[in-house]
Ligand binder design. Structure first.
Ligand SMILES: [Zn+2]
Length: 306
């Protein structure tokens, strides 16, 4: 069985940093947002987290060569993904979902080979995928030889909405040549509510479900990773090789497909300092976002007004 830790949650919740820390542990690899491999890898040749373009990254080229993936079908798979099962469909009755999944067999076939090849090439027991989309998690959950762990990462919606609203600077790399997409706070708050509800509804009763608030993670990163390791049945000594102290961690080079620009960071970093720099929305927008996300604020232990 291939063990996949799937970071599920809404965008701009800190999944890239969490994925990079997990991927730096012995026996782990973080592959970024694998959902986008067909377009941001094959078609658009974005930069990998290692700094080389996808077509020049020897890791990905070996993985792809091994499964004899025909490059010409990449646009077809993008089409299947976009027309296939979406996150909101996870709320449909099981019989309807089963019918929809019957149309995804070819897509699942290539995903299965891909994860197998990553596992064989790296020798890593744990693959961390930070695609976040509930729909991609559901696809992985339907692949027979994948033992899926859902790591549900939630961040305060007021901070998330600000992150979607502000302009994120260009780092001059191919994957960031444009300003990252922006949503107004009403749209980001609505999607935050929808996605987090779907993830909680679909997996919270599963024994492989792990819940983590981003705010708890940045305040106590090493302790948070301990808790995740305990859930995976691993000793906390796994952290010893990468954590210098509770807040300081050494990030190894990762071969990530897509993700926040922080995925290019490596070496020693302070987790807390990246959090403290964050500004916030004005009072009016914060109130609107609080109102929209109210149904889940209490469940996830957030103040009703911040
Ligand atoms: Zn690479």
């Amino acid at each position: 069985m291939i063990k996949v830790i799937y970071i599920a949650g809404f965008g701009r919740s800190g999944s890239t940093l969490l994925g990079n820390i997990l991927g730096s542990l012995h026996g782990f690899i973080h592959v970024g947002e694998l959902r986008y491999l067909w377009d941001r890898g094959f078609l658009e040749d974005w930069d990998c987290g290692c700094g080389k373009s996808f077509s020049q990254c020897s890791f990905w080229q070996k993985v792809i060569k091994d499964i004899n993936f025909p490059h010409v079908i990449a646009p077809h798979l993008v089409n299947v993904r976009e027309r296939g099962i979406h996150s909101r469909h996870l709320l449909y009755p099981f019989t309807v979902r089963k019918l929809m999944m019957n149309k995804m067999n070819e897509y699942l076939y290539w995903l299965k080979l891909l994860y197998q090849s990553i596992s064989e090439h790296t020798g890593c027991e744990w693959i961390v995928d930070s695609s976040k989309f509930p729909s991609h998690g559901y696809l992985l959950d339907n692949i027979t030889n994948i033992n899926l762990y859902i790591l549900h990462l939630v961040r305060d919606p007021r901070t998330v909405s600000y992150a979607w609203w502000k302009r994120t600077k260009n780092l001059g790399l191919k994957s960031n040549r444009n300003i990252m997409p922006r949503f107004n706070p009403i749209k980001s708050a609505t999607l935050w509510l929808e996605w987090n509800y779907i993830i909680h509804h679909t997996w919270s009763y599963n024994k492989n479900y792990i819940f983590l608030r981003y705010e708890d993670f940045v305040m106590q990163p090493r302790s948070s990773i301990f808790k995740i390791l305990a859930h995976l049945g691993l000793p906390k000594e796994y952290c010893d090789t990468i954590f210098i102290n509770e807040n300081t961690v050494k990030i190894a080079t990762q071969h990530t497909i897509s993700g926040n620009p922080v995925r290019f960071q490596k070496g020693v970093i302070s987790v807390l300092s990246s959090y403290q720099d964050m500004e916030n929305l004005g009072l009016g927008w914060r109130s609107i976002v609080s109102l929209i996300t109210l149904p889940l604020l209490k469940k996830f232990h957030y103040a009703l007004q911040s």
